[in-house]
Structures are given as structure tokens and as C-alpha cells.
Design a protein around this ligand. Structure first.
Ligand code: PMP
Length: 365
């Protein structure tokens, strides 16, 4: 047995299916429309780009406490900077939460079509993932509450959720929090918060500011257009922030990301423009794809989930290949248990129009 003669990872590690990111290349086409990772078509704020380019002293370690960035975030959002941790993408912060609060024998709950990083983070921490079924591709608070046991340590909730784009209103979030034992940490993953105009996500921040068992994670990868720099933040009670600070990497955010993040969070006009672009195109793309006879899950994010008819002979995989050969790169979501759907990020006007036109051709073939 060769395994006896070499190091083996601890139990559970080899059961983890690696996260497969959206492709960044097409298989053909004159233009490339990369709509596979919910990135913004508007790029970063010019001020953020300038701050990134002006970063100097690369021989020096970054400020390990991200103090200036935390101060900027706190100022803009009206929060306490001492209760923020910045991270290498919000992925890192989700993973820190799992490492700090979940161990072997512990359970953590997320929703059926919830963001895949939760499962990976729970398994990597040695815990047991518990999946709560959804209704209409939407988080079901009662299904989550019904799965709480005395081993439950964390509940992860993406709101809006990726890849479905669905959203539960704040009174449902509040009902979830109220129904959880006080020892269970509720993680509100608000990666797409800025896109939600009816903005009860500010109420979610308020919950993370007042409850002892709620944190919120945010990202600079989506509306701020800084995915390449890997930058996110978490807000929560002091005791949670203290625990996470004890185990995080000492220099987990780099200097260029910090500089860009400060300029980005302060450029509210740019964020507003990005919200408006999405508000124009999300409903149009949804309607135009529905007009082709495909079902689209109602989304409040910067992406839509497109369902292909069961047994119709035209599968999501076929559509994906057809689109990719014409320069339109979308995302297959079979890993989420949605084998016959594609996720499309809202792109530029040209990208959106091209996808609809190519989809129309595909359905006519
Ligand atoms: N949460 C959700 C729901 C997401 O969709 C994403 C991006 N795919 C993330 C967290 C992680 O974002 P990042 O690590 O880039 O901040």
C-alpha cells in the first residue's frame, strides 16, 4: 500500500471537490465576452486604478492591520473600524470563520444552491456540511432552522445568493437570526449587496453591529471591479473579530489592493453608475431571454440563471459550447446541482445583445 509510505492529508480533505472558476477564454468568435464570474463590465473606478498604479515601496510589507482601508470603509458605511477585518477576497474571510468556529464533529448549514465556497471551507475545517433544501431556488429559512442541532456552529447565507440571484428580505433574515440558538454564528455573505436597491442590506449591517452572533462579509470583486486584487471585508461583534484576527495571515491584504480599495470605496458616484447600468440591463436581459422561451430565475444580482428545458434535447452544456464558440463565455453550474442551467453575468450593452442573439440562433438550430 503506497499510502502507508507517504504523507496523507487528514480525513475529509480528499473528499473536497476543488472549486472550478469561470473560464476566461472562449473557443472562438471575433470578440470575447467574459460573463462567467459576475465581474462588472465597467471595470474599476478610474480613481482606484490610479491609486493602484501609484503604489510604491514594494520592498516593504503592507500594513498588516489594513488600518487606512478599514478607516475608509468605516467612514463611508458609518461603521466602527475596530470591528472590521479586511481579507484576501471575502473567500478568505469565509474560510477564517470556518477555521475559527468549526471543527471535527461540528456542523454548519447552508442553502441547497448556496455559494460553493461554504462547503469547501466547512470540509477543510473538518466539519460536516448540512444542506437546507430551497423553494423556487430561494433560501428557505424554515428549512435551515429545522436542521439546527446542538452540533451546529455556523449558518452561511448568501443574500443575494450566487448562482441563483435570489434574495430574501430583511425580515426573513431577522427571523432566521431570531430562530437560531445564540451560540450559532450567522454569516451574512453580502457579496452583491450594492446591487440591491431596495436596500435592506443596511439593516443586515445593523444586525451585524448589534447582535452577538452575526457577521457580514463584503467584497471589492463585484461592483467595485477589483476582483484581480483580491479584497474583501467582514464586519461583526468584537469577540468574533478578535478570534479571526488571531488566526489570519499577518499580511493578508497587499498594499496595492489597500490603496485601490480606499479610492474605490470613496468613489460613490462610480458605484451609483454601476448600479444604474445593472438596473437597466438586468430586467432587459431577463425579458429578452424569457422571450426566447427559456426560464430565467428572477435575480437581484448582477447575473441571471438561465434554465434549459428538461428533455428538450438542447442542454445547458450544448448552449455553453455554442456560445463559447461565438465568443460568449457563460458559466455552467452543474457543481451546484443545476446541471441544465447557465449563469450569465450582466455585461456591456454589446455583450448582452450578443448573448441574446447567439442564444436565439442556438435555439433555432
Ligand atoms: N460570496 C459570494 C456569494 C460570491 O458569489 C463570491 C464570488 N464568487 C464570493 C463570496 C467571493 O468573492 P471574493 O473572494 O472575490 O471577495
Amino acid at each position: 500500500d503506497r499510502a502507508a509510505n507517504r504523507p496523507v492529508p487528514r480525513p475529509g480533505i480528499l473528499e473536497i471537490a476543488p472549486y472550478i472558476p469561470g473560464r476566461s477564454k472562449s473557443t472562438g468568435g471575433a470578440k470575447l465576452h467574459k460573463l462567467s464570474s459576475n465581474e462588472t463590465p465597467l471595470g474599476p473606478s478610474p480613481r482606484a486604478l490610479e491609486a493602484y498604479r501609484a503604489t510604491t515601496s514594494l520592498e516593504r510589507y503592507p500594513d498588516g492591520s489594513s488600518a487606512d482601508l478599514r478607516a475608509a470603509i468605516a467612514r463611508v458605511h458609518g461603521l466602527n473600524a475596530d470591528r472590521i477585518i479586511c481579507g484576501n477576497g471575502s473567500d478568505e474571510l469565509l474560510e477564517l470563520v470556518a477555521r475559527a468556529y468549526i471543527g471535527p464533529g461540528d456542523e454548519a448549514i447552508y442553502s441547497e444552491y448556496g455559494f460553493l465556497v461554504y462547503k469547501i471551507a466547512i470540509l477543510a475545517a473538518g466539519g460536516t456540511p448540512v444542506v437546507a433544501p430551497e423553494k423556487d431556488h430561494t433560501t428557505d429559512v424554515d428549512a435551515i432552522l429545522a436542521r439546527v442541532t446542538d452540533r451546529t456552529k455556523v449558518v452561511f447565507l448568501a443574500n443575494p445568493n450566487n448562482p441563483t440571484g435570489t434574495y430574501i428580505p430583511f425580515d426573513e433574515v431577522k427571523r432566521l437570526q431570531a430562530g437560531l440558538p445564540p451560540q450559532v454564528l450567522l454569516v451574512l455573505d453580502a457579496a452583491y449587496a450594492e446591487y440591491v436597491r431596495r436596500n435592506d442590506y443596511e439593516a443586515g449591517v445593523e444586525l451585524a453591529a448589534t447582535a452577538e452572533n452575526v457577521v457580514m462579509t463584503r467584497t471589492f470583486s463585484k461592483i467595485y471591479g477589483l476582483a484581480a486584487l483580491r479584497l474583501g471585508w467582514i464586519y461583526g461583534p468584537e469577540h468574533v473579530i478578535d478570534a479571526l484576527n488571531r488566526i489570519r495571515g499577518p499580511f493578508n491584504v497587499n498594499s496595492a489592493a489597500m490603496a485601490a480599495g480606499i479610492a474605490a470605496v470613496e468613489d460613490r458616484g462610480f458605484v451609483e453608475d454601476a448600479v444604474r447600468h445593472n438596473e437597466t440591463w438586468l430586467p432587459r436581459v431577463t425579458e429578452e431571454i424569457e422571450a426566447l422561451g427559456l426560464k430565467v430565475t428572477p435575480s437581484v444580482g448582477n447575473f441571471v440563471l438561465i434554465h434549459f428545458p428538461e428533455g428538450g434535447g438542447k442542454t445547458a452544456a450544448d448552449a455553453d459550447a455554442y456560445l463559447s464558440a461565438r465568443g460568449c463565455v457563460l458559466r455552467q453550474v452543474g457543481a451546484y446541482g443545476l446541471p441544465n442551467a447557465l449563469r450569465m453575468s450582466i455585461g456591456t450593452e454589446e455583450a448582452n445583445r450578443d448573448v441574446v442573439a447567439v442564444l436565439k440562433d442556438f435555439l433555432a438550430t
